[in-house]
Design a protein around this ligand. Structure first.
Ligand SMILES: Nc1ncnc2c1ncn2[C@@H]1O[C@H](COP(=O)(O)OP(=O)(O)OP(=O)(O)O)[C@@H](O)[C@H]1O
Ligand SMILES: [Mg+2]
Length: 392
């Protein structure tokens, strides 16, 4: 007897959900696709709208990815001796957080996307979209994130080659390995991120490695020059100054990723507080000021720790954030602490009493500081508050 007769409809739907979840969790994308196709067919009469939505999903999402994915899965380069994978492959890059960038960075990234989306128009004017981009900036400000963002916007898979890792584990074969990865990426429509490009420069002083490094730089120079339009090559570095000028010059576009300013830090705090931001009151402004000088990645880390501690202690997030501010205040010299306290009061973020509780600076000292800064400068709030690094 057919199963459908034995089960009522909701029971059957439940079975379908369980089956689909099982396939997805087992990492069997092809089977998931097949099953969704079957569901779309089955629901064509029963629930035409659902059926259309499923079909559209199948057309939109996996069609671009699956042919490449199977190709990539079969052929992503591995080191010939160790058989270790040389590159990380993400078929459909996903972002946990939405990146926050200053205007100039946003514009540059937007231009890369716009050029590729309007390729025909560029073609007809005899122009080609940007093929190679260099990302520069300190650690933890969103360079790798931007590569992922671009891949998502362009609906392309992302390949990440960590140059430092490849160089340290396969040194004698780095040149060959890098060439194989670049060749592979050139043959696929994808975004290739060559991360930690400065690894090239950092190793240059070691005489035993000079020959291999020279070969590697030569490989890179050739590859950047010959890079095809289909794939997008992005290289990222924390130390732009260390790069060989010949390598630097070859990238068609350079994008700078600066540390967050106070406004961006505030936005980031909002984002990193997640659902807690709704009830965070004036904490984001306060934290943005206190965390000034920290990277996004550091901010994310300390805020996540605070949120976890809040859940585990059951004492609420306020107590944890207060502790965070106090710890940061206590980790800087007394003079900076006074400056922090007077800023908190002067900008209206806290009362004098709360500022004293958070920073341990006496009310008199806060008043005195506020008085003197009013006399000497009208831009006291603009001054950077120097403090210890966030990351431990
Ligand atoms: N501009 C940003 N906006 C929002 N979140 C960010 C930003 N920059 C970094 N983050 C957070 O920090 C994490 C790490 O950032 P990412 O790996 O992009 O830094 P990076 O600049 O590549 O650093 P590194 O030079 O160390 O590789 C991100 O996954 C994200 O959660
Ligand atoms: Mg990175």
């Amino acid at each position: 007897m057919p199963r459908r007769v034995l089960m009522d409809e909701s029971e059957e739907t439940r079975e379908e959900i369980v089956h689909l979840s099982r396939l997805a969790l087992a990492g069997r994308p092809q089977d998931v696709q097949l099953y969704i196709r079957r569901l779309a067919k089955r629901y064509r009469e029963l629930a035409p709208e659902l059926s259309t939505r499923l079909t559209t999903l199948l057309e939109e999402l996996p069609s671009r990815v699956s042919p490449l994915r199977s190709k990539a899965m079969a052929a992503v380069p591995v080191d010939l001796d160790s058989r270790l994978q040389l590159v990380r492959y993400e078929a459909a890059p996903y972002l946990d957080v939405e990146p926050i960038y200053p205007e100039a960075t946003r514009e540059a990234l937007g231009q890369v996307v716009a050029e590729r989306r309007n390729r025909e128009r560029l073609d007809s004017a005899g122009l080609a979209p940007t093929r190679t981009v260099l990302f520069t900036g300190p650690p933890g400000v969103g360079k790798s994130l931007a590569a992922r963002w671009l891949a998502r916007e362009l609906d392309l898979p992302l390949l990440v080659l960590d140059l430092a890792a490849v160089m340290s584990s396969f040194l004698g074969r780095t040149g060959t390995n890098v060439r194989r990865i670049l060749d592979y990426a050139k043959g696929a429509d994808c975004v290739l991120l060559v991360d930690e490009l400065d690894a090239l420069a950092k190793r240059r002083d070691d005489a035993t490695e000079i020959g291999e490094l020279k070969r590697l730089v030569t490989v890179l120079l050739q590859e950047i020059d010959d890079w095809p339009v289909g794939a997008l090559l992005i290289a990222a570095t924390n130390h732009a100054g260390l790069l060989d000028p010949a390598v630097w010059r070859r990238f068609e576009m350079k994008v700078e990723f600066p540390m967050p300013d106070e406004e961006m830090a505030c936005e980031a705090v909002h984002q990193f507080l997640g659902p807690d931001a709704e009830t965070a009151g004036d904490w984001p402004e306060l934290l943005a000021y206190v965390l000034k000088g920290a990277s996004y990645s550091d901010m994310e880390l300390v805020l996540r720790q605070a949120r976890k501690a809040a859940v585990l202690s059951g004492a609420g997030l306020d107590a944890q954030l207060e502790r965070l501010v106090r710890d940061r205040a206590m980790s800087v010299p007394h003079a900076d602490r006074i400056e922090l306290a007077s800023h908190l009061v002067g900008s209206g973020l806290t009362t004098q009493r709360r500022a004293r509780e958070l920073t341990g600076v006496s009310r008199d000292a806060i008043r005195k500081r506020a008085g003197s800064s009013e006399r000497t400068s009208t831009r006291a709030g603009d001054r950077a508050w120097k403090h210890a690094p966030t990351s431990s």
